[in-house]
Design a binder for this molecule. Structure first.
Ligand SMILES: [Fe+2]
Length: 271
């Protein structure tokens, strides 16, 4: 890690270790992030390593395809990531598993914030209303709240080259997936790590085919150690064997796991 980045991360650690995440701490971090964002030379070592493909052990596997890992705190207090916004690409509206602070590093980035109008009780359904729109220039910052309080979309608005932003994320309150929103379909869907996405699509394919052998595989997957795999397996199993799936979801909704609320709403939506 370069000296500047080390200093930056050291200052961040001090802030997080000595205080809880108060408004004052957020304001301080926001200032700090903005100051570093206009001196992108602190990214030199990280970017030169990543450009050379020498990134073993330092990359965070996330659902985002436009991300470069900058730093991951070993105690999980925070992470720093760089996002690249290609002007040719439309990026999805999404929510986050943690709070975050974003500063523009290069180019210009439009941020649209959204308010969620429904109560989230219907699986797969979400109605959004745009609540704010702004354009961030280098050094300017915006903040993000976790889950439905921080739904937003970002886009690079310089046409000649990609825009870049630096993101600081705190300790997650939800892990394992992001939620993407499609306002044209009033829908919300989960996106996870590339490796896990393959498994989730296999489960969806099995749910759509609906034959005896597919139900067998889905039942087996419903016993997986990952709650996300169990959730998707039972959702898919319900197509062919609703009663059996409901019985198993009822058990999931009554025990402690990170997706308990999702299992509950799935069950409620079928009753
Ligand atoms: Fe975001």
């Amino acid at each position: 890690m370069g000296k500047l980045l080390e200093t930056f991360c050291g200052e961040l650690r001090c802030l997080f270790e000595t205080s809880s995440v108060s408004e004052e701490a957020i304001a301080q971090v926001r200032q700090l992030l903005g100051r570093f964002a206009v001196k992108p030379v602190f990214l030199r070592d990280v970017l030169s390593r990543q450009a050379a493909g020498d990134n073993v052990g330092s990359v965070m596997y996330t659902p985002d395809t436009n991300e470069v890992t900058v730093f991951r705190d070993p105690d999980g207090l925070f992470s720093l990531r760089l996002y690249v916004w290609d002007p040719a690409v439309s990026y999805p509206i999404h929510s986050h598993g943690s709070w975050g602070i974003v500063s523009c590093v290069a180019g210009a980035i439009q941020e649209r914030k959204f308010q969620r109008l429904d109560d989230g009780a219907r699986p797969g359904y979400a109605r959004l209303k745009e609540s704010a729109r702004s354009v961030l220039k280098p050094g300017e910052t915006t903040t993000i709240l976790p889950l439905d309080q921080g739904i937003h979309q970002m886009d690079g608005v310089v046409q000649e080259h990609a825009s870049v932003s630096l993101h600081l994320y705190g300790k997650p309150v939800r892990r394992g997936f992001l939620e993407f929103f499609n306002p044209h379909k009033d829908s919300v869907y989960r996106v996870t790590y590339p490796g896990l996405n393959n498994r989730l699509y296999a489960l969806q394919a099995l749910g759509a085919i609906r034959e005896d052998w597919t139900a067998e595989i889905l039942e087996q997957a419903a016993g997986d150690k990952s709650p996300l795999i169990r959730y998707e397996a039972l959702k898919a199993l319900a197509g062919a064997q609703k009663e059996k799936a409901m019985e198993m979801i009822e058990k999931e909704a009554s025990k402690e796991n990170s997706l308990r609320e999702s299992f509950k709403s799935l069950l409620d939506s079928w009753k």
